[in-house]
Design a binder for this molecule. Structure first.
Ligand code: ZN
Length: 419
């Protein structure tokens, strides 16, 4: 094991760390809702999600933690009576057919942190809090991060409660029916922790492909989504190509240009054309209209703006050359999140002490940590995802990496506690 040195250092400080127990517990809990051949079936507030949350709450209560639920259905468990809080956490809901690691890893590792601190009789100056966020994925109720959004004051209660799933179930009714309707005074914004640290799988190939143990995101990238449309003239498939005004040609040319552009900026930019509507979408008709979205992400807001400009200029150029009409509009924009520099530095030092190879990076996906960053000094710890796969049944992180992440989290908490 290449974490023996780290283990010894933590044990020398009186922490009774037990990696085997953690791995066994992770294996057991993360299988709740697992369907062989399909992947994870644990949508927010579904039967399986409720089952794993009841399991978690039972264990937290057995540890002597005070377990509360807020008005978004987030579970908040506290150890210790006084002082400001250091919180850890993540989410137990999953996308349909997802993996066992996304979210669950951070919550189950957080449970192990509480258990280790409690059993070791280590006295912390801070209270220690574990948060299990509700409806992080947004697969059942859109948008994502609903639980942290309401609890941190980013979304209003009316907005969150009125979200409806595909079967017409309102978020508010699901909270009541599953017993997770908590009270507003438990909301995180009423009593934010001093620090929040979220341990998560990377959900990308960088750490794994470059051989790093730990990733330290400096923040979460900004995301801008624009909608573009080309209008030409609908025509018969028998028409000669020179006579057409094919709207789909506009999309194809813009997409090719954009791909080249993004490949030249691969470390700074991600672009995705994820939704395309072609009219009339019939095999023997030249498309008269095509409407599509581009999701643009970068940690640098200037790069996002430049990319939008590039797309629009190209769209206008194609439209001119091909006799098409072109229009574009902004759909939404989420500003980047910067994590707390002290927390980021503490994570870096914790890795260096353990001789874990760490990489300063960015999170290209959204996490509850971005809402927590509005109320608490926040950071995240990433571990490698094999082949970068995530939101898939093939999502996997090895035992050694799971343990290294846990040990790093413990070391970070001790360091923040004495800061
Ligand atoms: Zn996640």
């Amino acid at each position: 094991m290449c974490y023996e040195g780290a283990l010894e250092k933590l044990r020398a400080r009186g922490l009774k760390v037990n990696p085997e127990r953690f791995l066994a517990e992770f294996d057991r809990m993360s299988r709740i809702g697992w369907v062989e051949g399909y992947g994870m079936n644990r949508l927010a507030l579904s039967e399986n999600h409720v089952a794993i949350r009841m399991d978690l709450m039972e264990q937290l209560k057995a540890l002597g933690a005070k377990v509360k639920v807020d008005e978004a259905g987030n579970i908040i468990a506290e150890l210790g009576e006084q002082g400001e809080a250091i919180a850890v956490g993540s989410h137990l809901d999953s996308v349909p057919g997802g993996g066992r690691f996304d979210g669950a890893y951070g919550v189950i590792a957080g449970l192990e942190v509480l258990r280790t601190i409690k059993e070791s009789n280590v006295r912390l100056r801070h209270r220690l809090v574990l948060i299990d966020f509700n409806n992080e994925e947004g697969s059942r109720w859109s948008p994502p991060l609903l639980g942290s959004g309401l609890s941190c004051g980013v979304y209003t209660r009316d907005f969150v409660y009125s979200r409806v799933d595909r079967n017409g179930v309102r978020f508010e009714d699901a909270l009541r029916n599953t017993g997770f309707m908590g009270s507003p005074e438990n909301n995180i914004s009423c009593n934010p922790p001093r620090f929040y640290v979220e341990l998560h799988i990377e959900q990308g190939p960088e750490l794994y492909s470059k051989g790093y143990d730990i990733g330290i995101p400096q923040g979460i990238v900004g995301i801008r989504v624009v909608e573009l449309a080309f209008r030409g003239s609908q025509d018969h498939a028998s028409s000669p190509l020179w006579a057409r005004r094919d709207a789909l040609t506009g999309l194809v040319i813009v997409k090719n240009k954009l791909e080249e552009y993004a490949l030249e900026r691969v470390d700074k930019l991600r672009v995705t054309i994820g939704r395309v509507n072609v009219e009339p979408n019939v095999a023997n008709v030249v498309p008269g209209e095509v409407r599509f979205t581009v999701d643009i992400r970068s940690y640098d807001p200037n790069i996002i703006d430049e990319t939008v400009k590039y797309i629009v200029e190209n769209g206008e150029d194609v439209a001119r050359r091909r006799g098409l009409d072109f229009e574009h509009r902004d759909l939404w924009y989420i500003e980047r999140t910067l994590f707390d520099t002290q927390v980021v530095k503490t994570i870096e030092e914790a890795c260096e002490e353990f001789e874990f190879k760490c990489l300063k990076t960015w999170s290209w996906a959204g996490h509850d940590a971005q809402n927590m960053a509005r109320v608490s000094r926040t950071g995240m710890i990433f571990i490698p995802s094999v082949n970068g796969r995530s939101h898939s049944k093939d999502e996997y992180s090895g035992d050694e990496d799971l343990v290294k992440g846990l040990l790093t989290l413990l070391n970070v908490i001790l360091a923040l506690d004495s800061s």
